[in-house]
Write a protein that binds this ligand. Structure first.
Ligand SMILES: [Ca+2]
Length: 119
């Protein structure tokens, strides 16, 4: 399992489009496999769902294409809340509805867990 953390993660109001922000990335401990920072590319984006198109693509509804909700910027990006890939798919999926996450080796993502821990 690979992980990456963020400090002081916040989500803005509905009127502001539920934009998220964080102060800095957290380097995992020495015994952790470090994942790629998958959230920074979406900083400043508003949250989109199939019925609320807040993405930056004026021609498409990315949440509808991906069948998920996320802080989409372009519809060609990743889909962290997509459907799990079948076990037969070993590399990054070309199906926009399936889960995908940035990875330099182009491996598939089995799942993405997002934990919010109050301090
Ligand atoms: Ca759009």
């Amino acid at each position: 399992m690979r992980s990456y953390g963020y400090k002081e993660f916040q989500v803005s109001s509905e009127a502001d489009g539920y934009k998220f922000s964080f102060k800095s990335g957290v380097t995992p401990g020495a015994n952790h496999n470090r994942a790629i920072d998958g959230l920074s590319p979406f900083l400043g984006a508003k949250f989109s769902t199939y019925d609320v198109d807040n993405d930056n693509d004026s021609g498409d509804n990315c949440a509808n294409i991906h069948q998920s909700g996320w802080w989409f910027t372009t519809c060609a990006g990743y889909n962290p809340t997509g459907q799990p890939q079948p076990p037969s798919v070993q590399y990054k999926t070309s199906d926009p509805t399936q889960l995908s996450w940035p990875h330099t080796l182009n491996y598939s993502a089995v799942r993405v867990d997002i934990f919010l821990i109050a301090e």
